[in-house]
Design a protein around this ligand. Structure first.
Ligand SMILES: Nc1ncnc2c1ncn2[C@@H]1O[C@H](COP(=O)(O)OP(=O)(O)OP(=O)(O)O)[C@@H](O)[C@H]1O
Ligand SMILES: [Mg+2]
Length: 333
């Protein structure tokens, strides 16, 4: 039995906001499975349903074989959650944050202490364990939250944007921890992210989610292979009136030609080979090229292929929002 089974799951918030619209997927035991999507795609909503924080409007979700509606308590016993928003209590030390968490899970004190000691070392927090969390950096907070989520040895760990708002170096460190955890603890991990490279490096399988629907699902390699090779993007000044396909007559190695705004997007198995002749041909036909880009398959391109947009567009505003939220929380204290 798979650790997570989701069948035709819906969440409609008041005001007919269809956050999740009939998604289905399974997560095998021991997998790292990522939900990859932009702002408002429905990632947190999905995670919240699977961790029993909210109820689905329709559909079925089993976690560790237990129904999230009928057996919510059983589900909670076997899962850990690192939520999207930082939940560390700034007024407590790292150690005390862990003890509060242990109490929530009704862990006996001696076991809680032993595990907290291990996790403090595992997460490289020893130096700061007795310091108030208000002195922690973003990366340290995230690591403390990971430690808190791992205290009761969950079989299935949910990570909602584990590295959001962290700088590149710290993100890499958090990835290393996630990889270590999964190996050492034989855990199944379901995470969300809007970082393409994160999804690519960490996950066994990725589901691309947009507007509450899963657009594609597979291993990063499968998804990239599904693009069928390289992509050439040529930004042009004067968009040709004639069908763009007829402008590029390179025969069989060109698989597809599309216009996206004033960008010609060409799929080909051998980018380097056809690029010079395409450029030559376009210039012969009097088309002014502003930029030429040869792109090797990446999840970025996969995302564009399946959703029609780039996820980067959403990224900046999202990180700004995250920082603002963090500042507001601090002010609220
Ligand atoms: N409690 C709520 N009430 C009403 N609408 C909500 C609620 N929570 C989320 N939504 C809406 O549902 C949609 C999906 O939100 P969700 O938080 O699941 O997306 P997400 O993929 O996690 O986005 P983000 O990348 O910003 O975290 C959005 O349009 C959001 O505004
Ligand atoms: Mg979210």
């Amino acid at each position: 039995m798979d650790d997570v089974v989701v069948e035709d799951l819906w969440k409609i918030y008041p005001g007919n906001i269809q956050a999740v619209r009939g998604i289905s997927f399974s997560v095998h035991h021991g997998e790292v499975f990522s939900l990859l999507g932009p702002n408002g795609a429905g990632k947190t909503t999905t995670i919240s349903i699977l961790t029993t924080l909210i109820k689905p409007t329709k559909g079925k979700a089993l976690v560790g074989g237990h129904d999230v509606l009928m057996e919510a308590k059983k589900v909670r016993e076997i899962i850990g959650l690192v939520p999207q928003d930082i939940v560390v209590d700034d007024d407590l030390t790292g150690w005390d944050n862990l003890m509060v968490q242990a109490a929530l899970y009704h862990l006996p004190k001696d076991i809680a202490r032993k595990r907290a000691e291990e996790l403090i070392d595992f997460m490289d927090l020893r130096e700061f364990a007795k310091k108030k969390a208000e002195n922690y950096s973003g990366g340290m907070r995230r690591r403390l939250e990971l430690a808190a989520a791992l205290l009761h040895r969950p079989k299935i760990l949910f990570l909602d944007e584990p590295t959001l708002g962290l700088d590149v170096q710290v993100r890499t460190a958090v990835w290393e921890y996630i990889n270590r955890i999964r190996k050492e603890e034989d855990m199944t991990i379901i995470m969300t992210t809007h970082y393409m490279d994160e999804a690519d490096k960490l996950s066994d399988r990725v589901a691309i989610i947009d507007y509450g629907e899963i657009k594609a699902i597979g291993s990063p390699k499968e998804l990239k292979d599904s693009l069928g090779g390289d992509i050439i993007e040529i930004e042009v000044d004067n968009v040709p009136e004639k069908g763009i396909e007829s402008l590029i007559s390179n025969g069989s190695i060109i698989k597809e030609v599309k216009m996206r705004g004033n960008i010609i997007r060409i799929k080909t198995s051998e980018g380097e080979k056809v690029l010079p002749s395409i450029v030559l041909e376009l210039s012969r036909k009097g088309i002014t090229m502003k930029s030429v880009n040869l792109i090797k398959p990446s999840l970025d391109e996969v995302f564009l292929e399946y959703t029609g947009k780039r996820i980067r567009d959403a990224e900046v505003s999202k990180e700004e929002a995250f920082r603002e939220r963090a500042i507001m929380r601090r002010r609220a204290r």
